[in-house]
Ligand binder design. Structure first.
Ligand code: DLL
Length: 428
């Protein structure tokens, strides 16, 4: 399908984008400074005033914020509008500390719906199509994010929420669902149950997944298992939720960032200095069109790179981000080798007969760390095969244990892949 949800916004020239960003940046910084004691104190501490923003590059003089600021300002310390204007809130708890809250006035809900509507249209879903939303409807932004965008796009919404996979499959078949929305691990779950049932969903054409990293191989597996084209949707509580920071198009050559809505910078996670396009680093977002809780230079913790600022084959002109490698705090260091869970996944998925569920166990004996990989696989796949493949990819040999399909534990919501032998677990 060709065309755009918002042609003007999605195809503007680089110069037009830059001009719009500068105007919106000045507005956002002024509003934040005038209305939020939090932002005023932040800017005063580094001696920057809104009037100092004269060109886009001046963004580099503004201070960063991060998750800790959100936590310290719990519940509504960062608010820039009257509390009585608020219409909705979402919250992420993460694994540690106070929760992160994002609040919305009507303008912000409209902005969220606009970002999602662009994503849905980009995936080939149009008004009247039946879509099933499987992330939970609650404080997690996933369920409602898809909902607001699908309402704006006039779709037929099946708000299934999380869990009860056999019922999800029945609903998709009974109502002729064309688009499935979910966190990546739930896409995998549906695929497994379909396989067990020797069932299929003939009407299903499109899957939109995110909230977790997934390797290209895993994407391929999901596409084949569900008979769909899978899209990688990005977003987070702090930017305003799923879809706000973009999705890939049919060309699957990077995530189209909505640049009229956000400025994206990539910085070195250690020095916080900007890195050139193409180099990996931490993603930093500044919102340009959000009122209740704008974000200015929010360090996401997510690692990736800017692939290109060139026009895409689809006609969109926004910069494209590479798919997310992992979070800064997900990087594992074992025997001097740094790696991300996604690399382990990519390697495992290349072994014929290996299924989609795995665990990375970090064991520590006498202060020395080691890794064990538990993976589900068909008969015939041995621990030796797994170890050999991982050695090729990681450069050292973790122990590999093979389990029968369906025997490793599953979680609802985002999957937990990394476990520590003390019994702690770390989500990724
Ligand atoms: O996970 C929003 C979402 C819901 C996205 C449903 C896609 C689908 P949070 O719970 O605040 O919000 O978690 C945000 O999840 O900083 C990334 O680390 C990770 N994440 C989100 N999308 C992707 C993705 C939702 N497409 C955090 N690929 C972010 C990899 C992702 N990681």
């Amino acid at each position: 399908m060709t065309g755009f949800w918002n042609e003007k916004a999605e195809t503007m020239s680089r110069d037009e984008t830059a001009a719009l960003q500068l105007t919106k940046l000045k507005e956002t910084v002024s509003r934040a400074y005038e209305r939020s004691p939090f932002y005023k104190a932040k800017m005063d501490a580094v001696g920057v005033k809104p009037g100092d923003i004269e060109m886009l590059e001046d963004i580099r003089h503004l201070p960063f914020i991060d998750k800790n600021d959100f936590r310290d300002q719990y519940p509504l310390g960062m608010l820039c509008v009257d509390r009585r204007e608020l219409k909705e809130m979402h919250m992420s708890s993460g694994s540690t500390g106070s929760p992160v809250v994002m609040a919305y006035n009507q303008h912000d809900l409209d902005q969220w719906a606009e970002c999602m509507a662009r994503c849905l249209y980009m995936a080939g879903l149009v008004g009247g199509d039946a879509i099933q939303i499987t992330p939970s409807f609650g404080l997690f932004n996933g369920g409602f994010g898809f909902y607001h965008g699908a309402r704006k796009s006039n779709m037929f919404i099946i708000p299934a929420g999380a869990g009860n996979t056999p019922r999800q499959i029945k609903l998709m078949n009974d109502f002729g669902v064309k688009g499935l929305m979910g966190v990546v691990s739930y896409g995998i779950r549906i695929m497994e149950v379909l396989e067990d049932q020797k069932n299929e969903i003939p009407t299903l054409k499109v899957g939109i997944f995110g909230a977790e990293t997934f390797s290209d191989k895993m994407r391929e597996k999901i596409e084949n298992g569900l008979g769909i084209e899978a899209f990688d949707i990005y977003g987070m509580t702090e930017t305003g939720g799923v879809s706000t920071t973009g999705m890939d198009c049919h060309a699957h050559s990077g995530i189209h960032m909505w640049e009229d809505q956000y400025i994206c910078e990539i910085i070195d996670p250690v020095t916080s200095k900007a890195v050139p396009d193409g180099e990996h680093g931490e993603v930093v977002f500044t919102s340009l069109n959000r009122q209740a809780i704008p974000i200015i230079r929010f360090k996401t913790g997510d690692l990736t790179r800017i692939l290109t600022r060139k026009k895409c084959d689809c006609g969109r002109t926004s910069l494209r981000l590479d798919r997310i490698t992992g979070r800064r705090d997900d990087m594992l260091i074992v025997k001097g080798v740094n790696f991300f869970p996604k690399q382990v996944e990519q390697a495992l998925m290349e072994i014929p007969g290996v299924c989609s569920h795995y665990q990375i166990i970090i064991e520590e004996v006498d202060g020395v760390k080691d890794v064990r990989i538990n993976v589900e696989a068909e008969e015939g796949v041995t621990g030796f095969v797994v170890e050999k493949k991982l050695k090729e990819v990681l450069g050292f040999s973790p122990k590999g244990d093979v389990f029968k399909p369906g025997t490793l534990p599953r979680q609802e919501g985002k999957a937990v892949r990394v476990f520590y032998d003390s019994g702690d677990k770390k989500s990724n």
